[in-house]
Design a protein around this ligand. Structure first.
Ligand SMILES: [Zn+2]
Length: 217
């Protein structure tokens, strides 16, 4: 943040209409930016400061391009079909989402939806699944789906929370394109994921219970 001589305070919002706002007072520059900038590359963050400080045209262009590329993260472009089921028999997803928002995102996430996914059973009920997707995030719906197999009393709450945290990071951090490849879990994603307080515990639990999850119905 060398572009500005004084102090820069950065706050993140989930405001849909105003991507960047700022005020200057007594040598302190306060900048509020949309949470889409959380995963922005340094080049974009530098342009953001230059834009705010100098109203520089090229910086404005760089920031504008970044906003255009990330517009899908501002609003859902598809309406979610059907009612959302957030309250399971054991775990309440809205409660978990609220805690994560508060503990890891300063409470700024306002437009993300969550639901238990549809029940799927192993193809033949005596056989285990080959794989299981415990959570997913749809950017066009802004919706996190959690596999209903996690709504069991033998599944600890911290594990469900870990799955929701992972999907929330997809909501917050953009995919990274490298040539023709898309990295869903770039280095920054992996670093942020390890900030989850029960990360080691959750990963260990998954290892120990994957067979049971594959067989569960
Ligand atoms: Zn993922």
């Amino acid at each position: 943040m060398a572009a500005f001589g004084g102090t820069v305070q950065l706050a993140v919002t989930d405001n849909r209409r105003r991507m960047v706002t700022h005020t200057k007072a007594r040598g302190t520059l306060r900048v509020r930016v949309h949470m889409m900038f959380l995963g922005a590359p340094d080049r974009v963050l530098e342009a953001l400061v230059t834009y705010v400080v100098n109203a520089n045209r090229q910086a404005s262009q760089t920031v504008g391009d970044y906003i255009d590329q990330n517009l899908h993260r501002i609003r859902a472009s598809r309406v979610v079909p059907g009612p959302l089921r957030t309250r399971g028999e054991v775990h309440d997803l809205v409660e978990i989402l609220g805690e994560l928002n508060h503990e890891y995102f300063s409470g700024v996430l306002a437009n993300v939806l969550i639901t238990w996914g549809k029940q799927t059973r192993p193809v033949r009920s005596t056989r285990a699944r080959r794989s299981i997707k415990l959570g997913s995030y749809s950017a066009i719906e802004r919706l996190i789906r959690v596999h209903p197999v996690l709504d069991r009393s033998w599944v600890p709450r911290y594990f469900v929370k870990y799955i929701v945290f992972h999907e929330l990071l997809h909501h917050v951090l953009p995919e990274v394109r490298v040539g023709s490849r898309t990295l869903l879990h770039p280095a920054e994603f992996m670093r942020r994921e390890r900030e989850f307080r029960q990360y080691e515990r959750a990963v260990a639990w998954e290892c120990r219970h994957i067979d049971r999850l594959l067989r569960a119905r």
